[in-house]
Design a binder for this molecule. Structure first.
Ligand SMILES: Cc1cc2nc3c(=O)[nH]c(=O)nc-3n(C[C@H](O)[C@H](O)[C@H](O)COP(=O)(O)OP(=O)(O)OC[C@H]3O[C@@H](n4cnc5c(N)ncnc54)[C@H](O)[C@@H]3O)c2cc1C
Ligand code: SF4
Length: 292
């Protein structure tokens, strides 16, 4: 609002809605997380760390401890997309020329196009996508439940399917995604506070062969900050399932993810560097998740 990116007539403080806070395991072995649950509560939850470790790790990398004390999982899911040409003061944007995302009709990143490529830059959604999360949205017609993978549009300017009066109220993680090993890795300029400029979440289920290094029964990879929406990487499960993780396979996973990532000049680091780093981070995350 200080940068005049939003000029709302009213601002609604949701903090007093206590019913939307808390982490509640359900009777089927899944869990329900209230949208107003802070990122710190998620990062600190023993239940989530034990059963959904990729989420506690991703939540623990958001911004800084002070921001995680205030920031909520619902806000992180709904976070606006980011771009070097957009997250600027009004005077700066006026000087350079307004763009499609606000007040203008051109894109500085992809001139000639009509699409906004601002990057979705939340840390928890790739982890939640790997866990097949669903969200509940309360609207004028009552509550509805949608898969998180269907919530994002892939457009930088109109990035989420949320009507003006809609509120995200709860997040659901199914029992079928519990107890996967999970790792989240992110590239950022300042390790102590920054948004991701490339982020990757990996979850794996291994069959046990006695020393904890069995074949992969199931695997999912989610990415953030390199496209206008967080994504589940197509083909990751097929690539890894039935295999034993080694350097070569982890490198192949990195190549697949680098092909899915479409970083553009929306941030302080170059697209080439971000693409290369998501390849490297994916390899490391796959090896770490497999216990190598
Ligand atoms: C300096 C700084 C660094 C940051 N670094 C990171 C980072 O590294 N990684 C990261 O992921 N984020 C980062 N953030 C963003 C932010 O702190 C987190 O995303 C946080 O989770 C946002 O939660 P919030 O509750 O404050 O949401 P808000 O910022 O209040 O809301 C974000 C958006 O979601 C909407 N919204 C919020 N709650 C709901 C709801 N329940 N239903 C519907 N819409 C809703 C708001 O209207 C707004 O459009 C950073 C922010 C700052 C200021
Ligand atoms: S990607 Fe283009 S339209 Fe979108 S915010 Fe950046 S400059 Fe504006």
């Amino acid at each position: 609002m200080r940068q005049k990116l939003f000029e709302p007539e009213y601002v609604l403080d949701l903090r007093s809605l206590a019913a939307l806070r808390g982490i509640k395991p359900d009777s089927q072995g899944g869990v329900e997380i209230g949208a107003l649950t802070t990122l710190r509560a998620i990062e600190r939850s023993d239940f989530l760390r034990r059963h959904y470790p990729v989420l506690t790790e991703a939540a623990g990398t958001v911004a800084s401890p002070v921001l995680r004390n205030m920031g909520t999982i619902g806000g992180n899911i709904c976070l606006d997309t980011r771009c070097l040409w957009y997250n600027q003061s009004l005077a700066w944007r006026k000087g350079c020329g307004f763009c499609i995302k606000k007040d203008g009709d051109l894109c500085h990143v992809a001139p000639g196009g009509s699409k906004c490529w601002a990057a979705f830059s939340g840390d928890t959604p790739p982890a939640l996508l790997c866990l097949n999360a669903e969200i509940e949205i309360a609207g004028a017609a009552g509550p509805r439940r949608v898969a998180l993978k269907d919530f994002y549009t892939g457009l930088g300017d109109n990035y989420r399917k949320l009507a003006t009066n809609d509120l995200v109220t709860r997040v659901f993680l199914p029992a079928s995604s519990a107890d996967y090993r999970g790792v989240y890795r992110k590239l950022r300029v300042r390790g102590s506070i920054d948004y991701p400029l490339a982020g990757v979440a990996v979850v794996l289920k291994q069959s046990s062969n006695g020393n904890g290094r069995g074949h992969i029964a199931d695997a999912r990879i989610g990415i953030t900050a390199v496209n206008p929406a967080p994504l589940l990487v197509k083909g990751a499960g097929e690539l890894l399932a039935g295999q034993i993780i080694n350097e070569e396979l982890a490198e192949a996973a990195g190549d697949l993810v680098a092909r899915t990532a479409k970083p553009l000049t929306t941030s302080a680091l170059t697209p080439e560097y971000r693409r290369e780093m998501i390849r490297v981070f994916t390899k490391r995350a796959v090896l770490a998740a497999a216990g190598n």
